[in-house]
Design a protein around this ligand. Structure first.
Ligand code: NAP
Ligand code: MG
Length: 502
């Protein structure tokens, strides 16, 4: 498919929304940035400006944190019952469901992903996340303990723990799943009773702004959710260094994750959870069902244009199957229709931005210069928009940048292996540990390898399976803490032990 194909226009609801004067959500009001500055939002398929948004910075972050603090300490939110919090979250899921098409179009125009993928993936999962966390709001429980206190013989105590909300939370999210990352962050924090300042990615602010409108409509009290559009170096850094923010939850690059840890260390030692990069191994064992593993491996890397922290970017294939798998995944790559996210025939959209496009092209050039070979793809495509050909690399070496570093694009390196122990060592030979997969008919062996892989998620005979109940996060430099599931709730609560002398 040609990347110059004109995409159909969006629905009038989406067009109307994009035309609005977009502002920051602070203390229940939409306000301009204190500086009065604004910036353009670009459609990465056409390079057209689709909207402008307020450029929030340090001063706006101060205002938003003050609003969140007041809402947490003394506002109506501090007296809202768990059941009421659950109801509000459920209502938000319902409202989002009523606007699914609009959100899918916003993501297609702002991020570049195919509208159908946004509808079936991002938006559907975001709705589910609000509903799933709505259920947890009423089920956050402490324990009771039977004390012995050996140095106070004969005395009796009653001890119990409370799980209390952490407080004011700063949430900083990336551009690869803009609405879904907002949902993953907001839903557990709200279920736990926290208040929030959400800093969305500069590349993709639109769906969070629309979500903010729905949050208003649902009736969350002022200051509970504040939304800042702006840059990481200013707004994001101000949030990370703010002395009255109790926790930062961040998703993005390992490099920025380290800056956030540093900022917290230099200020108030706020709590931190991080969901960072990956270089995930996807392993096809000699006994695997190749007909299942080949499309599985293609999905592992090409889903969301490879802009996934858990992308299966290192494909390890047993020597016996290597040629056949490389041929199969290359065939799958060549059949991917690359085009604008709004076009119904598009399988893969553009990279999110010019910067990301240049970054991926840089990796391709470096890999090819160092001796890797592109069986298919290997360069940019189209005369406008940030498109890249789906690429399969072979003949890589373990010290090449394309093997060591996260590319965050539709580029997979296929690597042959012979020996199972060496394979596990190679799979674990990375600073990252976000996800991994193994394809085999020997389920017992699949379980054994799953235990040996140093990753927060291991898929066996599948890839990219996500569920609101499944904790997701990284080993090693892929992060701290987990998103989704009850573990996410625990990240937004802290334990208080209360002891009563009877
Ligand atoms: P990034 O720079 O880490 O951005 C993620 C978020 O952090 C954005 O909201 C960003 O703001 C903000 N940020 C940037 N600098 C900051 C700072 N000094 N203090 C506080 N917040 C800051 O990631 P990116 O530039 O979007 O992409 C670069 C790489 O990050 C990717 O290639 C990939 O390796 C990784 N990444 C990982 C994920 C994931 O899901 N784990 C998602 C996206 C990207 P801006 O809006 O101004 O950028
Ligand atoms: Mg950036």
């Amino acid at each position: 498919m040609s990347t110059t194909l004109e995409a159909p226009s969006a629905s009038s609801a989406t067009e109307q929304f994009l035309k609005q004067q977009h502002k920051l959500l602070i203390n229940g009001d939409w306000v301009e940035a204190a500086s009065g500055k604004r910036f353009d939002v670009i459609n990465p398929a056409s390079e057209d400006v689709i909207a402008t948004v307020a450029e929030g910075d340090s001063e706006d972050v101060q205002r938003a944190v003050a609003a969140a603090r007041k809402a947490f300490d003394t506002g109506p939110w501090s007296r809202t019952t768990p059941s009421e919090r659950g109801k509000l979250l459920w209502k938000l899921g319902d409202l989002l469901e009523q606007h699914m098409e609009e959100f899918a179009e916003i993501e297609a125009l702002d991020n570049g992903k195919p509208k159908a993928a946004a509808l079936g993936g991002d938006v559907t999962l975001a709705i589910d996340m609000f509903r799933y966390m709505a259920g947890w709001a009423t089920k956050i429980e402490g324990n009771t303990m039977s004390l012995s206190v050996p140095y106070m013989p004969g005395e009796e105590f009653h001890s119990y723990t409370l799980q209390e909300p952490v407080g004011v939370v700063g949430q900083i999210i990336p551009w690869n799943f803009p609405l879904l990352m907002a949902a993953w962050k907001l839903a557990p924090a709200l279920a736990a009773g926290c208040t929030i300042v959400l800093k969305v990615a500069e590349e993709t602010p639109m769906s969070a702004i629309r979500l903010g409108q729905l949050i208003q409509e649902v009736g969350f009290p002022p200051g509970v959710v504040n939304i800042i559009t702006g840059y990481g170096e200013t707004a994001g850094a101000a949030l990370s260094a703010h002395p009255d923010v109790d926790k930062i939850a961040f998703t993005g690059s390992t490099e920025v994750g380290k800056l956030i840890v540093k900022a917290a260390g230099e200020t108030n030692l706020k709590k931190i959870t991080l969901e960072l990069g990956g270089k995930s191994p996807n392993i096809i064992l000699p006994d695997a069902d190749i007909e299942q593993a080949i499309p599985g491996a293609a999905n592992a890397i090409f889903f969301n244009h490879g802009q996934c922290c858990c992308a299966g970017s290192r494909l390890f294939v047993h020597k016996k199957q290597f040629d056949r798998v490389v041929e199969g995944i290359s065939e799958a790559a060549s059949q991917i229709r690359v085009g604008p996210g709004m076009h119904p025939d598009t399988d893969m959209g553009p990279m999110v931005s010019q910067i990301q496009h240049n970054r991926v092209c840089g990796y391709l050039e470096s890999g090819l210069e160092e001796g890797a070979r592109a069986v298919v793809g290997g360069k940019k495509t189209g005369d406008r928009g940030y498109f890249i050909e789906p690429t399969v690399l072979v003949d890589t070496q373990k010290d090449m940048k394309v093997i060591r570093e996260e590319i965050f694009g539709p580029v997979v390196a296929a690597v042959p292996f012979d020996d199972l122990d060496e394979l596990v060592d190679s799979a674990n030979d990375t600073q990252y540990g976000l996800a991994a997969a193994v394809w085999t008919r020997d389920i017992s062996l699949g379980h054994k390898i799953a235990r040996r892989l140093k990753a927060g998620t291991v898929w066996v005979n599948c890839y990219n399976v996500f569920d609101s109940s499944l904790p997701f996060g990284g080993y090693k430099q892929s992060g701290w803490g987990r998103e989704m599931g009850y573990e996410a709730i625990r990240n937004y609560t802290q334990t208080k032990a209360v002891t009563v002398h009877l």
